[in-house]
Design a protein around this ligand. Structure first.
Ligand code: SF4
Length: 238
């Protein structure tokens, strides 16, 4: 199977398992997706959704965030971790959106990554989910799973993103990335992938490398026991 065929098969199988490819962050306004994604760095989406439920009631517009008191905003976002940096970035990005973009989120990765604290992953998420344009959201799930499937190599998000751009049909790329997040939580779990029950096994290079054609796991080579140190002849003679 070529990489292209493997990618198309993975897309089809993921669609069958997860017909709805939706973002797991809760938001109503476009800028809220930007803020939620910034908060999600080193934090779970579930925790971010709990925090933002109150946050978006307190701050109801870009201007509210742009004018926010830093210390007060920090307290709101503290449960998400790295709250000094995250609060500072949120105020900075909202000020920049108002001053330089007329309060409208840009629709390109290049412009979005000019905002404080916004990297390619978040920028692609906004481009795909808000503007419904082709996007590749390369998060840890996407990197791990596409490596295992045999679609990509390496852990560098920028390089994995480039490899996926070359493989995924543009109209499928954004949904594929959302589905890998759901799949990574349910089946291809870091450190304990459920390969024996995996609906993507037929598309997975790792599965092919670790199972025989009948689907039986290949036995790992037994570990060699370290050799016992030999008793010194002199000591034995005593
Ligand atoms: S077969 Fe295993 S490694 Fe491959 S995608 Fe499924 S869970 Fe992940």
């Amino acid at each position: 199977m070529t990489k292209q065929e493997r990618a198309l098969l993975a897309i089809q199988l993921l669609k069958e398992v997860y017909p709805d490819a939706i973002c797991s962050l809760d938001y109503e306004r476009p800028y809220e997706l930007l803020i939620s994604t910034r908060l999600a760095a080193q934090c779970t989406d579930a925790r971010v959704n709990i925090v933002t439920e109150q946050l978006y009631k307190k701050y109801q517009s870009l201007k509210d965030f742009a004018d926010a008191d830093l210390a007060e905003l920090e307290e709101y976002v503290r449960p998400c971790g790295f709250y000094h940096t995250k609060a500072r970035d949120i105020i900075g990005m909202c000020q920049m959106l108002l001053e330089q973009y007329g309060g409208v989120l840009p629709d390109t990765v290049e412009e979005l990554t000019k905002l404080p604290g916004i990297g390619r992953k978040t920028a692609n998420l906004v481009v795909g989910d808000i503007y419904h344009k082709p996007a590749v959201v390369c998060d840890t799930h996407c990197i791990r799973i596409t490596n295992l499937l045999g679609l990509t190599t390496g852990k560098d998000p920028a390089k994995v993103e480039q490899q996926l751009w070359a493989l995924l049909p543009p109209e499928e790329s954004n949904s594929f990335c959302h589905r890998t997040v759901l799949f990574g939580r349910e089946y291809c779990i870091a450190r304990r992938p459920r390969c024996e029950e995996c609906p993507l096994a037929s598309a997975c290079q790792h599965y092919a490398d670790t199972h025989d054609p009948e689907g039986n796991p290949l036995l790992a080579a037994p570990e060699k026991k370290p050799a016992k140190p030999r008793a010194k002849k002199a000591a034995a003679a005593q």
